[in-house]
Design a protein around this ligand. Structure first.
Ligand code: SF4
Length: 349
């Protein structure tokens, strides 16, 4: 017997940072001849990365692999200062698609390090975002995994300790380290609400709502996606069976045999057509019910380097082919009106 109903979490899937990064890379492949280079996966999703590879984007993990003079984009997760300067010294055009919410944490790392604080950074060793953030002030930062917490961290001055975090952690993981830090270092300095971004917390709250009704929760997203893995942990923490799946083909039918109500959600870098395919595969007898906990209206503009480039191109075209009517919007004015799903559809055609 198939499950009776799919509970579909809202919000799920693309966040504003991922939207911006995908649209930015789409512009790069439209403007430049292939290959366009991208430092690290533009976002942590295999399907998205493959879609860009198919149109000539080359993803590199070492900035020295970018040929001199080639166009390069830096990923949404944020890059180390030496990667940014390495890109600027080699590439013809550098567009940094770092999410502004990651940039905020980079600024905070530099600010606290400059003030002589020792920084505890809660994050996942080796994750692109953590690597880029720690590199802002490696001499002042100690990375701690949420699972192991503060054990072994002994500051020179317990009165000058700051606590920062990767934006995509599980809320409960962050809270545990925060409680521990406040106990050990009562004057610890930290963000008023935490560094966990709105998309991370909203998606986790939505999963928590799913756990009240679902027997099984399927989370669409890649293994490399930290916020996707956090969604699975949140569901399991609440005692509900949960699995991360790349797409519909990853579903084990034995999971469905035991479930009547299936919750479905997606990490912040997973395209929605993969979610729709999963629903089709679950094939609930009584259909789909949306479980919306909040609305998201965040919009991040394209990276400044890309905006400048597009403006120059627009002016050049207008000079060559006659000026557009002043009131007519250009591509940058229209950017808030299209989304990453349309961008991916455009390059996949
Ligand atoms: S998950 Fe949060 S920090 Fe990461 S790209 Fe999306 S909005 Fe930015």
């Amino acid at each position: 017997m198939p499950p009776s109903i799919v509970l579909l979490a809202e919000p799920r899937g693309f966040c504003a940072g991922v939207e911006m990064a995908i649209k930015a890379l789409t512009w790069m492949v439209r403007v430049f001849e292939a290959p366009v280079y991208c430092y690290h996966e533009i976002v942590h999703n295999r399907w998205v990365v493959k879609a860009f590879e198919d149109v000539g984007v080359v993803f590199v993990d070492d900035i020295d692999e970018v040929p001199i003079g080639a166009p390069v984009m830096l990923s949404a997760h944020g890059s180390a200062p030496e990667v940014v300067s390495g890109a600027e010294s080699r590439a013809g055009i550098v567009v940094d698609a770092v999410c502004p919410l990651v940039t905020k944490v980079h600024h905070e790392v530099r600010r606290m390090a400059d003030r002589g604080y020792e920084i505890i950074y809660v994050g996942h060793e080796g994750h692109d975002e953590a690597v880029g953030t720690v590199a802002e002030a490696p001499e002042a930062i100690t990375l701690v995994e949420p699972e192991t917490g503060l054990s072994g961290f002994t500051p020179a001055d317990p009165a000058k300790v700051a606590l920062l975090a990767q934006t995509t952690l599980g809320v409960h993981e962050w809270q545990a380290v925060l409680d521990d830090a406040r106990q050990s270092f009562p004057s610890v300095s930290t963000a008023r609400k935490s560094d966990l971004c709105y998309a991370t917390t909203n998606r986790q709250d939505a999963v928590r709502s799913l756990t009240k009704e679902a027997d099984l929760i399927l989370v669409v997203g890649s293994a490399s996606s930290s916020n996707t893995r956090a969604l699975v942990r949140v569901a399991r923490e609440a005692g509900v069976a949960a699995h991360r799946i790349d797409d519909a083909s990853s579903i084990d039918t034995a999971w469905l045999d035991a479930a009547n109500v299936v919750g479905v959600t997606a990490g912040a870098s997973a395209p929605d057509h993969l979610v729709q395919e999963v629903i089709g595969r679950v094939n609930p007898t009584a259909g789909v019910r949306l479980l919306q906990i909040t609305e998201e209206g965040e919009y991040f503009p394209l990276p400044p380097q890309l905006r400048t480039l597009l403006r120059v191109l627009q002016l050049t075209v207008e000079a060559g082919f006659g000026a557009r009517h002043q009131a007519e919007p250009g591509p940058l004015d229209r950017d808030p009106e299209w989304d990453a799903t349309e961008a991916l559809a455009a390059i996949s055609r």
